[in-house]
Design a protein. Structure first.
Length: 93
């Protein structure tokens, strides 16, 4: 039978901090993994940053397209005004 001092499980306490038994070559990799900011807040901040960059690019693209559209409209109006002037001059002659 059991002696009064013996317990059913024999285990010791860990005296070293976690990760201290890792090989030196792997230790930096383990510490980087532990300290990496992969939390939900960091992911959300990265998503917001990407969204802001995409929105900025789209806004710049829209401004360029709008200025090109206005330039084409101005050229068209000038060309049509010249046509109207020519036709009115030919009718008067």
């Amino acid at each position: 039978m059991k002696k009064p001092n013996e317990s059913s499980f024999i285990c010791g306490t860990v005296k070293k901090p976690w990760g201290s038994n890792v090989v030196i070559a792997e230790k930096s990799r383990v510490l980087k993994r532990i300290s990496k900011k992969d939390g939900a807040l960091q992911k959300h901040m990265n998503w917001l940053k990407d969204l802001q960059e995409k929105r900025k690019k789209l806004d710049e693209k829209k401004k360029v397209e709008e200025s090109e559209r206005l330039e084409r409209k101005r050229i068209f109006q000038e060309r049509e005004a010249k046509k109207r002037l020519r036709s009115s001059n030919s009718i008067n002659i």
